[in-house]
Design a protein around this ligand. Sequence first.
Ligand SMILES: [Zn+2]
Length: 105
Amino acid sequence: MPWCDDCAKFWNPNSMPPDGTCPTCGQVIADVPDTAVPWHFWLLLGVLVLYLGWRVVQGVQWLADGGSPFWAITSIAVTAAAIGGFVWWWLRRRRAAGDAPGPTE
Ligand SMILES: [Zn+2]
């Protein structure tokens, strides 16, 4: 529980700015919390993407084997659009983060 000497007050970490300063006087009263994403989160995310991707492939195979090529092609198109949309969003987000201080946006 961070304590500010100048304000003589305890602060709830959730009500403080993320840089560890006192909300009233701005003095640094707490360590900056470690907000980096742990490596095993990305490992888990990668495994999840591989697993779900394989399940999508199996689903398309199941549709094609069941004699409904229309739904197989439709599901491939929807999956491709979803992946393309995600990549588009991700690239836009990266570009926006890089150009954030620029005067054009
Ligand atoms: Zn203070």
